[in-house]
Design a protein around this ligand. Structure first.
Ligand code: HAM
Length: 430
């Protein structure tokens, strides 16, 4: 038989223990932060009904599905994101769910897209979502959680020197502007999906695409001009003071100030996001240090997703924060954490006859909460010491035939100290 392919499926990753340590460390911070803010963990199955992701507005995600028909003729898909599953779960509970709820998850997601820097076909995504909160106070809270993660993983967020910025807009700014031109509902969602492509395609191409869905050249030009607006002051000169998007952005800045994150926010009308379900605030997090120019996280308000899925509208807002882009940024800035293997002690029986005593010592130490391996290799002493040191262990318990006969064990402190002393086996539970 020819050898199997040793590479993981294109665009997916294997997690060797070295990789897994980073993942566990990162997820640990995500869980800690979410819990500290009263968010409860949930999950759904990675397999979902494909219908959940099939949207008329032309979302790219619909074309990126890992979908198939199962043996029962169901059209299923690996989840490309968790938000529609959350909406489904909230709808399934109906009135039994006492709102508001704050939930978080760290789902693995699959998208059939071109692999490139920071982008793969499989990724994990920290999600925090608030369900049943209409105020943009929820947005500010969620952004502060993202900021806390950035801080904890070692990025600087102070003053002008911040290495991360939040580019924030509100679809209602554009929504209201376009409603005045007769563009609303599904057409508005489709316009959003198209203008999210700005930068990837030229403005001229964008105008042609907008023309195809019925937005004429003059309207397209006005849309593109609005997308160039930066900052609340400039925005206030472009739309009426009662534009609900402008009002919401002003409010959001006040809430952000109360959470100490207003200095991180840049109002930027070019942020639209590629998912058609967003209805209000939309934001993306970017690293300003280094050369990684894609969003490291993104979020938004989607108050009508449940309605679009056949239920009643519920205010919902949340974000997704991937594990791949942040690792990319930390690697480039030389901030990847140095994570030890977490081994405390190695017990070294020098012959097979000492295995049982070694096991008893290991049990005793583990009961004290230590992480202990027994080195059954029967290799020469210097190899065992070397391996234990490489593994980051603090102590080596040496059990030769002579020691066991005397009822003792040699305990060597590893690393720089290398001090050795004898301990009675009885004290080690053996
Ligand atoms: P999204 O912008 O599609 O939003 O993804 C959120 C984040 O997931 C991205 O900023 C990035 O960190 C990561 N991500 C997405 N696709 C990939 C990929 N192919 N490779 C690596 N990382 C990726 C959503 O998915 C929304 N459902 C987020 C959300 C939650 N909105 C409200 N609640």
């Amino acid at each position: 038989m020819s050898q199997i392919d040793l590479e993981p499926v294109k665009g997916t990753r294997d997690f060797y223990p070295d990789d897994m340590r980073f993942r566990t460390w990162l997820f640990g911070h995500m869980r800690d932060i979410a819990r500290s803010m009263g968010y409860e963990e949930y999950d759904a199955c990675v397999l979902e009904h494909a219908d959940l992701y099939i949207r008329k507005a032309g979302d790219e995600i619909t074309r990126q599905l890992y979908d198939f028909t199962d043996k029962g003729d169901r059209h299923l898909s690996l989840r490309p994101e968790l938000t529609p599953s959350l909406a489904r779960m909230v709808m399934a509970k109906g009135a039994a769910l006492a709102l508001p709820v704050r939930w978080f998850a760290i789902p693995q997601c699959f998208r059939y897209e071109e692999t490139q820097r920071g982008r793969k076909r499989e990724h994990f995504q920290w999600n925090m979502d608030a369900v049943g909160i209409a105020s943009v106070a929820a947005e500010a809270e969620l952004m502060s959680a993202q900021a806390e993660l950035c801080r904890r993983v070692g990025l600087k967020l102070d003053g002008e020197q911040s290495e991360v910025v939040w580019r924030v807009s509100n679809r209602q700014v554009l929504g209201h502007f376009l409603a005045g031109m007769g563009i609303d509902g599904e057409l508005f969602a489709a316009v959003c999906v198209l203008i999210d492509k700005r930068g990837k395609i030229s403005d001229a191409e964008l105008s042609i695409e907008l023309g195809k869905i019925g937005v004429d050249e003059a309207k397209a030009a006005r849309i593109l001009a609005l997308l160039d607006v930066r900052g609340l002051d400039q925005l206030a000169t472009q739309v009426p003071t009662d534009n609900p998007g402008l009002v919401a952005l002003r409010e959001l800045m006040d809430f952000a100030a109360s959470l100490g994150i207003d200095h991180l926010i840049r109002i930027d009308l070019s942020v639209i996001r590629g998912l058609s379900y967003y209805t209000g605030t939309v934001w993306e997090v970017f690293a300003s240090a280094g050369t990684f120019r894609r969003a490291i996280a993104g979020g938004g308000r989607y108050d009508r997703l449940c309605e679009q899925l056949g239920g009643t509208a519920i205010p919902m807002v949340g974000f997704g924060f991937g594990d791949i882009p942040i690792a990319e940024v930390l690697t480039e800035l030389g901030r990847m954490p140095k994570l030890g293997r977490g081994f405390d002690d190695v017990v070294y029986p020098m012959g097979a006859k000492q295995f049982t005593v070694a096991n008893r010592i290991a049990r005793h130490l583990r009961a004290q909460g230590r992480s202990v391996t027994v080195d059954y290799s029967l290799r020469r002493f210097k190899h065992v010491v070397q391996r234990a040191e490489d593994d980051g262990a603090a102590r080596l318990f040496i059990l030769g035939g002579d020691e066991v006969a005397k009822g003792v064990c040699k305990v060597r402190l590893l690393g720089a100290e290398r001090v050795e002393n004898e301990v009675q086996l009885a004290e080690l539970g053996a």
